[in-house]
Design a binder for this molecule. Structure first.
Ligand code: PGA
Length: 252
């Protein structure tokens, strides 16, 4: 089965609204045409969402968020609801990025709540998982990732599961310039697909898209995306630069 490649940028806490506008206006022509073969998504800071959506009009680039809360509205100072994202025109939302887990105490349980809420609002969750260096050295990577995936998908139906996106991001490879080898990345992405098959069935496992993230760039993207179980990348640092267009091209 051929799955459409995803090139998703995660800007993290970078680019103010003015920088977002000028960057995306420049990016539009650079990925023109390619954004038909590849799903191109920029997950931007909340404050950039509206100007970003305006800046990509007339292109196939989609705008995503980097987080959301799992309640509809109410007294949750500082939070943003899935309904707000949807009404702004957001299509995708990153859930459970390792930086959210590490600095903002997100757990597998809150990830599961957010995944279910995103789906309810017809936002595509990009569900992150990944092991620490210590876990890799202990040889428990696959067990740990399987656990993260099983909890993230609790009470998610088969039909909903197949439209989600999973991002495997080894924590030791994020922002370090140290990419997992193609074999390491493929091994874990394959294990994730197997886990989805166990939870649901072969069709669901074959439909779901699994991305690699962690120092993915214009040099290594082609080889990574060519792997059987890797369907694109979640890209941090390299999504802030024009070279991101070459990552999109690598997915064609
Ligand atoms: P990086 O970040 O590409 O800068 O390593 C990836 C991510 O955290 O999504």
């Amino acid at each position: 089965m051929s799955r459409k490649i995803v090139a998703a940028g995660n800007w993290k806490m970078n680019k103010d609204p003015f920088e977002a506008i000028s960057f995306l206006k420049e990016m539009g022509p650079l990925v023109k045409g390619k954004d038909e073969d590849v799903d191109v998504i920029f997950c931007v800071p909340f404050i950039d969402i509206l100007p970003a959506i305006d800046s990509v009009k007339g292109t196939n680039i989609k705008i995503g968020a980097q987080n959301m809360y799992f309640e509809e509205n109410g007294a949750y100072t500082g939070e943003v609801s899935p309904g707000m994202l949807k009404s702004a025109g957001v299509t995708h939302v990153i859930i459970g990025h390792s930086e959210r887990r590490e600095y903002f105490s997100e757990s597998d349980i809150t990830v599961n709540k957010k995944v279910k809420k995103a789906i309810e609002h017809k936002l595509t969750p990009i569900i992150c998982c990944g092991e620490t260096l210590e876990q890799r050295e202990q040889g428990i990577t696959i067990d740990f990732i399987r656990q993260q995936i099983k909890i993230a998908f609790l009470e998610v139906s088969k039909d909903d599961a197949k439209d989600t996106i999973i991002a495997y991001e080894p924590i030791w490879a994020i922002g370090t310039g140290k990419t997992a080898t193609t074999e390491q990345a493929e091994e874990v992405c394959g294990a994730i697909r197997k886990t989805i098959e166990e939870l649901y069935d072969t069709d669901t496992a074959q439909a779901i898209r699994i991305l690699y993230g962690g120092s993915c760039n214009e040099k290594n993207a082609k080889e990574l995306f060519a792997q059987e179980d890797i369907d694109g990348g979640l890209v941090g640092g390299a999504s802030l630069k024009k070279e991101f267009a070459q990552i999109v091209e690598a997915g064609q």
